[in-house]
Design a protein around this ligand. Structure first.
Ligand SMILES: [Mg+2]
Length: 314
């Protein structure tokens, strides 16, 4: 991209910034301005406002690139407005985890962002649908939906990893292992107590390889069902997931498909989408292949468990 092509829309979520994020956000803007690019900054006031800013940027022909600084929720909400627009999105990782940016190979270095911008390499990123909602990374049913629900009830403003600790701890010990019914492209693959994950990223929170074969541009959804009815089985499945060996054990079902339906059997119908509370079950999850072009650092791998653990304490 050249400065004469048009301007850069710079959408910033001011509440997802820690020190390292702010360095990236303002460091990249300074870099672009030194290169004579017209950078127009807008701050989001809510996720709905982020959508509006995305919609406006897509509608304006003079806007040639949309930079989004924020967590997974902000990036997803802007990306949703950009479906099939052909305009590229450049994400600046912020928020607690930023699964999407990490999967694309972004780290917390300004040089990585600058190189990605200069190279202009864009991936065709599939977005997922859940009923009438859109999500960009992973949907969870059962244990993690319960954690997100608890966190949402106690949440006040920006969150960090430690805010997850007590909801996670309490949910682990009190969780009832609710039954769900899971169908992949019309075939019933499981019906019973389980944890279910559906999505498009190979790394989940803390870099865990829950959907280890997921590819964000293959037009398919990956599904992992942990058949689990007590804490002992659950603990062993967590260990096998950390060791990246969970898909080889008999209590885990791993599939790919284009339409995934998850139903609650006994009324526990909570879901989470991209770490936010999702709609109540049942609903069908689908995929929009190549929905949005996202600029990514070429040749970089997703960050793993070790990198993310170190990042937690930075
Ligand atoms: Mg996929």
């Amino acid at each position: 991209m050249n400065p004469d092509d048009g301007y850069i829309c710079y959408i910033v979520n001011p509440s997802s910034g820690k020190g390292s994020t702010n360095r990236l956000v303002w460091g990249l803007r300074e870099y672009l301005q030194l290169r004579k690019f017209d950078v127009r900054v807008s701050f989001t006031k809510s996720l709905e406002h982020a959508q509006q800013l995305g919609r406006d940027a897509v509608a304006d022909d003079k806007c040639k690139l949309i930079v989004v600084a924020g967590g997974d929720g902000t990036i997803r909400d802007v990306a949703t407005m950009m479906i099939n627009s052909g305009k590229p999105l450049l994400p600046i990782p912020g928020g607690t985890e930023n699964l999407l940016a990490s999967e694309l190979g972004y780290d917390e270095k300004l040089a990585t962002l600058q190189e990605a911008f200069e190279e202009g390499y864009a991936v065709d990123y599939d977005l997922c649908t859940a009923g009438s909602k859109v999500f960009a990374s992973i949907a969870g049913f059962g244990f993690d939906a319960e954690i997100v629900k608890r966190l949402a009830m106690s949440r006040s403003g920006n969150i960090d990893h430690m805010d997850y600790f007590w909801p996670l701890w309490r949910t682990f010990w009190t969780y009832k292992f609710y039954p769900f019914k899971v169908e992949v492209d019309g075939e019933l693959i499981y019906d019973g107590p389980c944890l279910v994950f559906v999505g498009n990223l190979s790394r989940y929170a803390m870099g865990l390889h829950v959907l280890k074969n997921a590819d964000y541009s293959d037009g398919l959804l990956d599904v992992c069902v942990y058949k689990c009815k007590n804490h002992f089985v659950f603990a062993s499945q967590i260990l096998m997931t950390i060791l990246k060996m969970h898909t080889g054990i008999s209590s885990v079902i791993y599939r790919q498909g284009k339409k995934i339906k998850v139903s609650a059997i006994d009324g526990n119908s909570a879901s989470e989408l991209d770490g936010d509370p999702g709609p109540d079950l049942p609903f069908e999850i689908g995929i929009i292949p190549g929905a949005v072009k996202i600029i990514a650092p070429k040749g970089k791998k997703p960050s793993g468990i070790r990198t993310r653990f170190i990042r937690m304490f930075q």
